[in-house]
Design a protein around this ligand. Structure first.
Ligand code: SF4
Length: 389
């Protein structure tokens, strides 16, 4: 069967932030990058109150561990930004906000390498006013015993192998040996090398496809460490990881979690609640690692996203119990695949208001196994998802 054609989703070429928010179907999406990916308990409670006061009371965690307030009206944006700046959560200008794109592995402890390097790298990026990187270009600081962010998009990574710290250009199979004192400077140099070598013609480009087209940078000959298996819910050394249904949480649940401690953002649709080991159920919060909702991923879809060709989350919720253990279903409102850019065992992509393509073992743009599936059809016969796979 051939893929049903649908209007190509729009690509903006810039990354929305707090100072330059994106308009969505339910108002402005205001995306904040808390320093170190952490909100103190007081900051988290205040952000929850701002979400209810200025937005629609829903908060998202993005796949790069940013926090998004949804449903903000244009006339209230300035007041919201002023309140977020008072909390120390927004940069001074759009360029600085875009440049300070640092994803931090959430398991750091105060004073360890990840903590120190993330702070130093953020400071260096703020100061590097001449560094004009593409909008989505980002860094990852991931220097725990084993890398945990390898599956998360980042163009330049600082990791660890069994000898020490390694600087990695995304897509390369080897990296450059660095130290706690040289890692940040070398990371900025690697970003400049990418630009100097023509990695971002017209201001666009990412490291991975660039590396695929050419050799790795000079002196990047150190083997990388093996990555950690996928992170699950539950207690960790610094607190407890809880899941969020579709990466979204009602503001009142966010505040209730913050009553237990500071909150760290992760790129896995999970929050780490610092020093909390006894959490009670809350709306939108998943505590049970066997919860079927952990086996589905769905973007905002219609009506929250203006580009969506159909709704996504109600269908994903209903199909979740039918997704086999160990598998995953991605429901996408269009081919842009915001919630899951890579391959998924099962993908449903909307091609109309009540019409989906099914792709098995591929991405939203791969050849579908079945087309023209209605939501009723899928709900009545969910075994269609896995037939023939
Ligand atoms: S993938 Fe989903 S959220 Fe992204 S543009 Fe398409 S419909 Fe919108």
């Amino acid at each position: 069967m051939s893929q049903t054609s649908a209007a190509a989703p729009k690509t903006y070429g810039w990354c929305p932030g707090a100072l330059r928010p994106m308009m969505s179907g339910d108002g402005l999406v205001v995306r904040i990058r808390p320093p170190l990916g952490r909100l103190s308990a007081e900051q988290a409670k205040a952000v929850a109150a701002l979400s209810e006061g200025f937005g629609n009371g829903l908060l998202d965690i993005s796949s790069r561990a940013n926090l998004q307030l949804r449903g903000v009206t244009e006339d209230q944006h300035a007041a919201l930004i002023a309140a977020l700046q008072d909390l120390g959560l927004v940069d001074t200008d759009i360029d600085t906000e875009a440049r300070r794109n640092v994803l931090v592995a959430p398991f750091w402890s105060s004073g360890d390498d990840t903590h120190l390097l993330a702070q130093r790298l953020a400071r260096a990026l703020v100061q590097a006013a001449d560094l004009s990187l593409p909008g989505k270009f980002g860094f990852a600081v991931d220097t725990g015993p084993v890398p945990v962010l390898r599956d998360t998009a980042a163009d330049i990574r600082i990791e660890r192998n069994h000898h020490g710290l390694v600087l990695v250009a995304d897509g390369a199979e080897t990296g450059r040996r660095v130290t706690i004192d040289t890692a940040v400077e070398d990371a900025i140099s690697l970003a400049r090398w990418f630009l100097d070598q023509g990695g971002a013609p017209d201001g666009r480009g990412r490291m991975r496809p660039f590396i695929a087209r050419r050799a790795v940078p000079p002196a990047h000959d150190t083997p990388l460490g093996a990555p950690a298996p996928q992170q699950g819910l539950g207690p960790v050394a610094t607190g407890t990881l809880v899941g969020l249904e579709f990466g979204q949480i009602p503001a009142h649940s966010f505040a209730a979690l913050a009553a237990h401690g500071a909150l760290r953002l992760t790129p896995w649709r999970m929050l780490l609640v610092e020093n909390a080991y006894d959490l009670s159920p809350l709306p939108g919060v998943i505590l049970d690692p066997a919860d079927a909702r952990l086996r589905v991923i769905a973007c905002t879809g219609a009506p929250g996203c203006t580009q969506a060709l159909g709704p996504t989350r109600d269908l994903a919720r209903d199909l979740a119990p039918h997704v086999p253990l160990g598998s995953c279903l991605h429901v996408s409102g269009c081919t842009k695949a915001c919630a899951c850019p890579g391959t998924a065992p099962l993908t449903l992509v909307a091609t109309g208001p009540d019409e989906f393509n099914l792709i098995q073992g591929g991405t939203t743009t791969d050849r579908p196994t079945l087309t023209h599936l209605s939501t009723r059809h899928l709900r009545v016969a969910p075994d269609l998802l896995t037939k023939g796979s």
